[in-house]
Design a protein around this ligand. Structure first.
Ligand code: SAM
Length: 295
């Protein structure tokens, strides 16, 4: 009963089973391909976060007639075999996984990297968006290691509040970045796909497996080999550098009298309510005089 109602409610779920696709996501990739002709000229492809394997099935059918084509699919979970697809079980956030992918390309680069990755949904929107963002950055890092110049990268995104930042980050590596929502992706879902074309690794950039944008701030500098990963915004120390040092302790001069802060917070969040005239102060709060001075 429950199953047939899903068949009724979700036409792509039903069609996927009828046509032999392992998941309804196959239609998303096929519709993206119809729009962007993703597989024109593609011989070597990497499918990240690939289980149960419907995207790999689509790629396998697309490349089956291409001599010496190669498809490498990766997922945390084991996948049932697919003809023409090399399957790796691994975490795409690990450098070791990148090495394993590269080892299957005989020194050649991939023409396309696709990623339909999704972390386990927590139900907390902000957290889910953040985790999805981290997964895309991991997929992008993998792509920076294995894509050929002018190659393509397609990845699932959740269009949340901070998505413009991700677009700007993708534009560092791709000349052309478009967001697409295939017909088979439900309108009620914030899911979309970035289609990034014309991969162009910035001169001097060396691929890393940490967030390449965090590394700008000197985060784990040992991971950042090239100057471009470490580009810093100008940092200026100002004030009289031979003047008072904010990290030093200075003894108070003789006769020094402690002064209260000039202005205490007027209504600090979480603090006990201030006593009104005539009320006795709440026991835990420091008494405050009308002038704002603590006694
Ligand atoms: N494209 C697939 C298909 O068409 O069958 C569906 C992918 S499914 C929506 C998302 C996948 O992302 C899951 O199989 C999950 O195991 C995988 N995943 C999530 N985090 C991952 C990670 N860090 N490394 C590898 N795979 C990951």
């Amino acid at each position: 009963m429950g199953r047939s109602s899903k068949d009724k409610r979700d036409i792509y779920y039903r069609k996927a089973k009828e046509e032999g696709w392992r998941a309804r996501s196959a239609f998303k990739l096929m519709q993206l391909d119809e729009e962007f002709n993703l597989f024109a000229g593609v011989k070597r492809a990497v499918d990240l976060c690939a289980a149960p394997g419907s995207w790999s099935q689509v790629v396998s059918r697309k490349l089956e007639a291409i001599p010496d084509s190669r498809i490498v699919a990766v997922d945390l979970n084991e996948m049932a075999p697919i003809k023409g697809v090399i399957q790796l079980q691994g975490d795409i956030t690990n450098h070791d996984t990148v090495e394993r992918i590269i080892s299957h390309f005989d020194g050649l680069k991939a023409d396309i990297v696709i990623s339909d990755g999704a972390p386990d949904v927590t139900g907390l929107h902000d957290m889910d968006e953040y985790l999805q963002g981290q997964l895309i950055l991991a997929a992008l890092n993998v792509a920076t290691h294995i894509l050929r110049p002018d190659g393509k990268f397609v990845a699932k995104i959740f269009r949340g509040r901070d998505i413009s930042l991700l677009f700007a980050q993708l534009r560092v590596f791709f000349k052309d970045v478009i967001v697409a929502k295939p017909q088979s992706s439900r309108n009620s879902s914030i899911e979309s796909f970035v289609v990034c074309q014309h991969f162009d690794l910035p001169a001097g950039y060396s691929p890393v497996m940490i967030n390449p944008f965090e590394s700008q701030y000197g985060y784990r500098p040992s991971d950042c080999q090239s100057p471009i990963n470490r580009v810093l915004v100008p940092f200026l120390a100002c004030g009289d550098l031979s003047g008072l040092d904010s990290d030093q302790s200075y003894a108070c001069p003789e006769g020094y009298r402690h002064l209260a802060p000039t202005q205490a917070p007027i209504n600090p969040i979480g603090a006990a309510p201030r006593p009104q005239a005539g009320e006795s102060p709440a026991p835990a709060a420091a008494p405050v005089t009308a002038s704002g001075n603590s006694s």
